[in-house]
Ligand binder design. Structure first.
Ligand SMILES: Cc1cc2nc3c(=O)[nH]c(=O)nc-3n(C[C@H](O)[C@H](O)[C@H](O)COP(=O)(O)OP(=O)(O)OC[C@H]3O[C@@H](n4cnc5c(N)ncnc54)[C@H](O)[C@@H]3O)c2cc1C
Length: 410
């Protein structure tokens, strides 16, 4: 059994086959030589692998025209449909394409600037994101503001020259140490509470007044950080929208984060299920009825996710707003992935308890380590971009019309 999925809607089979061939041929030709060691590396849980080389890979992808696939053409993108993007990500995963260093810029900030930024901001930032020369991180969460994001305390004060002074602390900031810029949700009206009085700033990280401290995780990696602002400066032109507009812009970005930006990551799950299947065969548990059933369920779940992506992410305008079933999107894939991590451990059995000591980044990484990585990191999937409990609240309130839970004073 192989987890590969080839579903082609009628009438597009030939075009899709050509597209697949083109992507596969490009990946084969380019993910070689000095980039060969990047195969199957990077991505969630393995973000520390080869960061400098993966940034070069971003430029290679950009030169090949493979960035901004879903961005509008007028923003420098290729205006691809969700269906074509799914095909790209499937072929990218199949070829062992590495985790994308540029995904926060390309997947989150870029589309948000297209939707909410001004022409000057689009002109200054979108080309660098598309070219793989400028890397971004996300400054939302704080020690007292995670699920309750409206509780952010980082302050932004207007300076006499129109710029903004930023003071405060962000936490869990993925890839801050590998980024040049951070987008920051900060309180620009000191008297405000809740989601009022917040603003959305683009802040250069390389300046006095910004300190980045890594957070070491239990899997040994340090993909995220604390970021401290002590009199950091955001230029007047780097305020997105108007002062006080921050919550609307932050939610626009969160919509991308919970939706289309995860497409590439989900398509990588196909190869993770392949590893689980291989491990089951190697461990001789592929005949175990319970393991077989869970593998089959996982495969069915992958097909559901693909269908969800095409149906929910492809919906436009009014359709998208009315389709409340889209509220399940993040909840479904993240829980599916968490179950896959558990299945991987059960397939490995007692082998799951051993850590491969000889593995070095240059030598590659064993299947056991990869599956342990899937298990450990998939615990985080049901947290970031909105925890399970928050997603269920959203479904109950927005999807099913249940009373809103009490919130802090706005
Ligand atoms: C791998 C990873 C990467 C991340 N990267 C970034 C990043 O780059 N930038 C960034 O800004 N943030 C990032 N985060 C932070 C992430 O957004 C927060 O972890 C998330 O919003 C939850 O906030 P919290 O950790 O403060 O938990 P809390 O909000 O303190 O929640 C603790 C528990 O309480 C539950 N809970 C909270 N409120 C409610 C409620 N109203 N009803 C029911 N249950 C509730 C939660 O579900 C959770 O189980 C990342 C997190 C992870 C795991």
């Amino acid at each position: 059994m192989n987890a590969r999925i080839d579903v082609t809607p009628d009438g597009t089979r030939e075009r899709e086959a050509r597209l697949r061939e083109e992507i596969a041929a490009w990946m084969d030709a380019h993910l070689s030589g000095r980039f060969a060691c990047l195969r199957y590396r990077g991505g969630p849980g393995d973000e520390d692998a080869f960061p400098a080389l993966r940034k070069e890979w971003e430029r290679e992808l950009a030169a090949g025209g493979w960035t901004g696939l879903g961005w509008p053409v007028e923003a420098g993108g290729r205006g691809w449909s969700v269906a074509d993007q799914v095909v790209f990500h499937e072929e990218y995963a199949r070829a062992g394409g590495p985790g994308r260093m540029g995904h926060i810029g390309e997947g989150l900030l870029g589309p948000t600037l297209v939707a909410c930024g001004n022409a000057d901001q689009r002109a200054r930032f979108l080309p660098g994101i598309l070219a793989g020369t400028q890397f971004w991180c996300q400054g939302y969460s704080e020690p007292g503001a995670g699920s309750d994001l409206a509780n952010v305390r980082t302050r932004a004060g207007r300076q006499p020259d129109g710029a903004w002074r930023i003071d405060g602390q962000k936490v869990w900031t993925s890839l801050a140490h590998d980024s040049e810029w951070i987008f920051v949700l900060a309180r620009s009206d000191a008297q405000s509470r809740g989601n009022k009085g917040l603003s959305f700033f683009l802040v250069a990280l390389d300046q006095p007044g910004v300190e980045i401290r890594p957070i070491r995780q239990m899997n040994g990696g340090a993909e995220f950080n604390e970021v401290f602002f002590d009199g950091a400066r955001a230029e007047a032109v780097d305020l997105v929208g108007e002062p006080g507009d921050g919550w609307r812009i932050a939610m626009t970005l969160l919509g991308f984060e919970r939706g289309i930006s995860t497409l590439g990551q989900q398509m990588q799950f196909i190869r993770e299920l392949d590893w689980v299947i291989e491990a089951a065969k190697e461990a001789g548990v592929d005949g175990d009825p319970s393991i077989r059933a869970r593998i089959a369920q996982a495969w069915a779940g992958l097909r559901v996710m693909r269908h969800n992506a095409l149906r929910m992410l492809g919906a436009q305008g009014a359709n998208a707003a009315q389709d409340k079933s889209a509220l399940i999107y993040k909840y479904y894939w993240s829980n599916w992935h968490r179950d896959l991590g558990q299945l991987a451990m059960d397939v490995l059995g007692e082998q799951a308890n051993f850590v491969d000591s000889a593995t070095s980044l240059m030598d590659g990484i064993t299947k056991r380590s990869r599956l342990q990585g899937v298990f450990l990191f998939s615990r985080a999937d049901t947290l970031y971009a909105g925890t399970n409990e928050i997603q269920l609240n959203i479904m109950a309130e927005r999807g099913l019309g249940m009373p809103k839970e009490p919130r802090g004073q706005a």
